[in-house]
Design a protein around this ligand. Structure first.
Ligand code: APR
Length: 316
């Protein structure tokens, strides 16, 4: 059986951690491409040397040349600019849309059968631009956000409830922004509904609301601490999606997936639970939403649509 090939476009903070984690997990050979001369080559070499110390056989290569990604099975895109303090979403939109278009053209040429996972922000818009630039089936182009947002929600809940974070199952719906919709009603701890913990007084409604707000602002909290955006959790989250595809897991993961009428949304990438297997997105899971959840989800869709309109007006 031939080895998998994982291409990483962008070898910055997230790209570097992606390379380390995928090497350690031995998912396959890793090809990094970064426009910044020396970054991809240097990181590939450094990680290969750390693999030698650890007795790991994963091969890495890094360059500015897109031929490095030829025939990749999975491409994870982090190329672009991270949000810094004081930067508007629109600043990021213009700059990163240009980058994602160029990257998409190269993926189309070099890795036509790849499953593409976009991480570059603003996520929901960038994944749409990537699908357009590659012309790939919508099921083969997805965005990473929901696993990250869900992981933040789980972290805060586990801390408050003093339970194992691995016991928590949850979903976050909608766009990857302040209007995302964490779903307490679809949250369980070792299969026990979160409501049980509320009823037992382990967490109050007010504390849960505060956790939801903190989750929505989770990215900003890290930016204000590190002065640049998060990289460990985004990398781990994107790899979870890559693994589901490579191993044909049929895992149900919250992803930015293309909606064709599900949740009443047509022609837009939005965060929903999606089953990932060997064909990419195999199925979108449609949850029954109550009136409050529905109106929060609609508000989130509206903010994605507004940003999409702004993207259409850009000269690209
Ligand atoms: N082609 C290839 N690489 C590029 C290009 C391009 N056209 N433009 C920029 N890059 C590279 C940069 O040289 C840099 O090494 O993308 C890398 C981005 O890395 P960082 O600046 O460290 O950003 P990171 O924290 O990894 O975030 C990347 O993911 O979560 C999002 O908001 C985040 O949009 C940002 C992206």
């Amino acid at each position: 059986m031939s080895k998998n090939k994982i291409a990483l476009i962008g070898g910055g903070n997230i790209g570097g951690i992606l390379a380390v984690l995928s090497a350690q997990r031995e998912f396959g050979d890793i090809a990094i491409v970064d426009i910044f001369d020396g970054v991809a080559a240097g990181k590939a070499l450094d990680i290969m040397q750390s693999n030698a110390a650890d007795g790991i056989n994963t091969k890495l290569s890094g360059t500015t040349d897109y031929s490095n990604i030829d025939g990749a099975d999975v491409v994870i895109v982090t190329a672009g600019f991270p949000r810094k303090e004081g930067m508007s979403r629109d600043d990021l939109l213009q700059k990163n849309a240009e980058v994602v278009r160029i990257v998409g053209k190269n993926i189309k040429e070099r890795a036509p059968d790849a499953f593409v996972i976009v991480v570059t922000n603003p996520l929901d818009i960038m994944v749409g631009i990537m699908q357009d630039a590659t012309g790939f089936a919508q099921s083969k182009v997805v965005g990473m956000a929901g696993i990250l947002d869900g992981s933040r929600f789980k972290t805060f809940l586990a801390e408050k409830l003093n339970v194992a974070v691995s016991d928590i199952q949850s979903f976050v719906l909608g766009g990857h922004g302040d209007s995302m919709v964490p779903l307490p009603r679809y949250t369980t701890i070792a299969g026990i509904p979160l409501q049980h913990f509320i009823d037992k007084g382990k967490i109050s409604e007010a504390e849960l609301d505060a956790i939801i707000v903190r989750t929505r602002k989770g990215g900003g909290e890290i930016i204000s601490l590190m002065k640049t955006s998060a990289y460990f959790a985004p990398a781990a989250s994107a790899l979870k999606m890559a693994k589901a595809y490579l191993n044909d897991e049929r895992s149900i993961l919250p992803c930015a997936a293309y909606l064709k009428g599900e949740y009443g949304v047509k022609g837009l990438y939005v965060g929903v639970p999606a089953m990932i297997g060997k064909n990419g997105v195999e199925e979108i899971m449609e949850l029954d939403l109550n009136a409050d959840e529905k109106s929060e989800f609609e508000a989130s869709i509206k903010s994605v649509t507004d940003l999409m309109e702004a993207a259409r007006k850009l000269s690209l």
